[in-house]
Design a protein around this ligand. Structure first.
Ligand code: 5AD
Ligand code: SF4
Length: 465
């Protein structure tokens, strides 16, 4: 049997990582990765449930695959990830041509499940327990971590990697589906994380991004000693070959002085913090059960800026949360204007079944109001991003070159010079011209131009290469 695998991923970085890990497992089981569903024998969709829109995209992709399955009945179609955990058997009912449904806590089973399907055992489903289905320990055990070693070809770029340090979430913000689809919060043992990062660095990886839904509440207590994120950063910092360390996503209430000092004192740790605030109104924050006020968030921001010079802070916002008035929204605008985030991700509230907000509040902000608030807030943020980026013009920035830019890949540039893309330590995207061989190098470039999303850089006149 030929084993050609195509994986499509929607959702957050955690999902991108899961897809890489699935690819690594299946490469080890003899599969080959292909870049289109047409060329594949196994088509996997790794899905997201955070907003209705993400789910609609998957159901319409499944609709398109129905025809593929009719013409090629031997092709295996699988739905992985958060929507698999949320909708479970409903996926088979809505899309009867699906062969496989696997939740994010069961991905380890995937190679065996594919074998069963190939052996003619019919559709397979593997999901974790609902959070209310039993004792915390049994629910926790049903979300098994799976972080196998992965070859560079399973990753997007060989010089960068994501490493999971936590699973799940216990915060239960009222709008959020994550605690129910990704299960209870669990921290990976620090030793395991260290080994994984060491292995990646030995294989030439220069930059590691540590992932967790609330990464700064990391707490490993194996072996009787408590290791917090700040301690983990110290441990990882010593790893030879590793040049840069980042971590996402932070929860505002757990931004401790120790952590900020670690970011300041460890040169390999990027001065870049993603700390979503979600709203600038205390009334809305209370309804979201975020566990902080705008005042405490502002104090935290002040502490970040005081402790870490040159830091870049980014945030997420939800507009049109149930009950959000013009006045509440105005307070969000005020916060965006004051905070001067490097950038913000702004979302329209999307009611999610199985969440507190869905059960308790009516989705009472009309869609056109949500859309207007979303567009207006984005325009305000983009103007700030542009001003902040322009401050870089004429300055030197140290970048890690990630490879040819999207434009260069589309143009299929030939010859010695192409358009490259890299990132500063504070996560700003820099585009520059240079040979592809610069990929994986850390360079100093002069910033010549800036827009709201990108800096445009130039290499020194007499570069080494
Ligand atoms: N509706 C809209 N946006 C949401 N997010 C999480 N849940 C919802 C929802 N129900 C946003 C939050 C979070 C980001 C990953 O997605 O801003 O930080
Ligand atoms: Fe990621 Fe949340 Fe979407 Fe799951 S639901 S993929 S955890 S953003």
């Amino acid at each position: 049997m030929s084993k050609r695998l195509y994986i499509e991923t929607v959702g957050c970085q955690m999902n991108v990582l899961d897809s890489e890990l699935v690819a690594a497992d299946l490469l080890a089981a003899g599969y080959e990765l292909v870049d289109s569903p047409r060329r594949a024998d196994t088509i996997l969709l790794n899905t997201c449930s955070v907003r209705q829109h993400a789910e609609d995209k998957v159901y319409s992709a499944l609709g398109r695959l129905k025809h593929v399955k009719t013409q090629h009945p031997h092709k295996i179609i699988g739905v992985l990830g958060c929507m698999a955990q949320k909708d479970q058997r409903k996926i088979f009912r809505r899309a009867p041509h699906v062969d496989l449904v696997v939740g994010p806590g069961q991905l380890k089973q995937l190679p065996a499940l594919l074998e069963r399907i190939a052996a003619g055992e019919g559709p397979q489903i593997e999901v974790s327990l609902e959070r209310t289905a039993g004792k915390r320990s049994s629910v926790q055990a049903s979300f098994t971590g799976h972080d196998p070693p992965r070859p560079p070809q399973a990753r997007a770029t060989p010089h960068q990697a994501m490493v999971r340090i936590m699973f799940g979430c216990d915060k239960f913000c009222t709008y959020c589906i994550v605690p129910s689809v990704r299960g209870p919060e669990q921290s990976r043992p620090a030793e395991e994380v260290e080994q994984e990062v060491r292995r990646l660095a030995d294989g030439g990886c220069l930059e590691v991004t540590l992932l967790g839904q609330t990464v700064n509440s990391y707490r490993d207590t194996t072996g009787g000693r408590t290791v917090r994120l700040a301690d983990l950063l110290y441990k990882l910092h010593d790893i030879e070959g590793l040049k840069r360390l980042k971590f996402v996503t932070n929860y505002p209430r757990h931004m401790t002085a120790e952590l900020l000092e670690a970011v300041r004192d460890l040169p390999k740790v990027s001065p870049y913090l993603h700390v979503p605030v979600q709203s600038g109104s205390n009334r809305i924050l209370e309804r979201m059960k975020r566990g902080y006020t705008v005042e405490t968030y502002r104090e935290m921001l002040a502490a970040i800026h005081e402790t870490i010079p040159g830091v870049a802070v980014t945030s997420d916002f939800i507009v049109g949360f149930p009950g959000e008035t013009e006045e509440d929204y105005g307070q969000t605008v005020e916060l965006v204007r004051q905070a001067r985030f490097k950038n913000s991700f702004i979302f329209k509230y999307s009611p999610r079944p199985k969440t507190r907000a869905f059960d308790s509040y009516e989705d009472d902000v009309p869609d056109e109001v949500k859309r207007r608030r979303n567009n207006d807030l984005l325009a305000i943020q983009n103007a700030i991003s542009l001003e902040e980026n322009r401050r870089w013009v004429g300055r030197q920035a140290e970048i890690l070159v990630e490879g040819p830019s999207k434009v260069a890949r589309k143009r299929a540039d030939e010859g010695s010079v192409t358009q490259l893309v890299g990132r500063t330590v504070c996560d700003r995207i820099v585009v520059l011209d240079g040979p592809e061989e610069l990929t994986g190098q850390i360079l100093s470039v002069t910033i010549e131009k800036a827009d709201a999303f990108t800096l445009f850089g130039r290499r020194p006149v007499n570069p080494a290469i």
